[in-house]
Design a protein around this ligand. Structure first.
Ligand code: CO8
Length: 373
């Protein structure tokens, strides 16, 4: 059977970032103004006052210290609390296309390839800035790729589900080289007025080049030993934004048209599912947790990752075994585990095993077991 190899990865990080202190300062000004505006209703007990946020809580509850964003100014304006990302004309590349091209070029360069070597582009991420034409086809055009492209969305698991689609294309012979790109602009769909979640997400874009094994040098890249996907319906992470919103005015502008979650429930329910998925996947490949040199886990919450890696290994994982990038990037949805893989793999030796594992809304879990060539 034709095998698939990850031959290169790329990362685009928006230069601007916001630390917890700055984010909280803007949020708390908004809270103070809101409470002043509604002081009479609050005094009459007709309305609950909004509570301030705190940088110490954010770091302790999540492990996040800062996040990169496309636009700082709009998010930090207490009257706006939303990024300002101007619309572009139809003749200009979209923001997601620009991010994708930057990440894809790095992945191609790392693999020693050019766009002429690629036949397919999958843009896999949580939010597309428009339904059509597909962002992936725009990226295909921008890079000059002769082949096919499509968009897909499985929330935080988009990149690993995209990886499985790419591996399938390689194995069944419909493509020789596939780019899987995850341009996540999470700040565009985060409710910066919601104390429970205003700190969770950041923006970034990753790209992965997957190729037929026989095209890749003997010591280059990572063999994909297997992929395993799992979904189970849950209402605990929702985003009800969609094309039918305009058909019922009652819902327009409501908080459920942005990211909304029951974070505690997600933490409790998803962590064991992820550990079981990784363990089941390893044993199906006749491997065990002791064989793993590294776990590149989805980057949503530090405590969650420590719990998952402890369940998988039967002991606490070292930082080397389960690297953390969410302190700097926050949750970048599907890009998170790929950023960890991109930044933390150069020290592995030939034959070392690792697992890339994403998890999130749906619920959805994607596990990809790889071996350094
Ligand atoms: N500042 C100060 N205090 C706060 C704050 C705040 N900002 N927020 C809450 N508190 C208080 C609460 O009021 C509560 O107080 P009390 O105990 O008095 O009631 C206390 O802190 C504890 O609150 P929580 O129980 O909510 O806090 P947790 O310790 O559970 O931490 C987390 C909250 C960090 C959200 C945590 O539950 C978590 O990370 N859970 C996992 C979440 C997760 O993995 N989600 C995946 C989502 S990603 C995904 O799949 C969607 C992708 C789509 C991307 C879309 C882009 C926008």
């Amino acid at each position: 059977m034709i095998k698939a190899v990850i031959s290169g990865t790329g990362l685009y990080t928006p230069p601007a970032y916001i630390d917890n202190e700055e984010l909280v300062e803007a949020f708390n000004v908004y809270v103070q103004r809101h409470n002043e505006t509604h002081a009479d209703e609050i005094a009459r007990g007709e309305r609950e006052p909004l509570q301030p946020s705190a940088p110490e809580f954010i770091e302790k509850a999540s492990g996040i210290k800062r996040r990169h964003v496309i636009d700082r100014e709009g998010i930090l304006d207490p009257d706006r609390l939303c990024p300002y990302i101007p619309e572009r004309s139809n003749d200009e590349p979209s923001v997601q296309c620009d991010m994708s091209v930057a990440a894809a070029k790095e992945a191609l360069e790392q693999a020693g390839r050019s766009a002429a070597d690629v036949d397919a582009v999958i843009v896999a991420c949580s939010n597309m800035q428009r339904p059509y034409p597909a962002i992936s086809i725009e990226v295909q055009e921008a890079l000059g790729i002769d082949g096919f492209a499509y968009d897909m969305n499985v929330a935080c698991s988009s990149a690993t589900f995209g990886l499985q689609a790419a591996v399938n294309s390689i194995e069944n012979g419909s493509a020789d080289a596939v780019l899987v790109i995850s341009p996540e602009i999470c700040s565009g769909h985060l409710n910066f007025r919601d104390r429970d979640s205003h700190f969770i997400f950041g923006d970034a874009c990753t790209a992965i080049l997957v190729e037929r094994e026989d095209r890749v040098g003997a010591n280059q890249g990572f063999d994909v030993l297997g992929t395993r996907l799992k979904t189970k319906f849950s209402n605990n992470i929702r985003n009800n934004f969609g094309f039918l919103n305009r058909a019922d005015e009652k819902g327009v502008g409501q908080p459920d048209k942005l990211f909304i979650q029951q974070g505690r429930k997600v933490f409790k329910e998803v962590s064991p599912m992820v550990a079981e998925t990784i363990q089941g996947h390893l044993s199906a490949l006749e491997l065990s947790a002791e064989d793993l040199r590294r776990m590149w886990l989805h980057q949503a919450n530090l405590n969650m990752n420590q719990l998952i890696s402890k369940r998988v290994l039967g002991r606490d994982a070292t930082e080397e075994e389960a690297p953390v990038i969410l302190d700097e990037y926050a949750n970048t949805s599907s890009a998170g585990s790929i950023i960890a893989f991109h930044l933390h793999r150069d020290d592995l030796a030939s034959g070392d095993l690792g697992v890339i594992c994403s998890f999130g809304a749906g619920y959805s879990i994607g596990s990809v077991v790889v071996r350094k060539r």
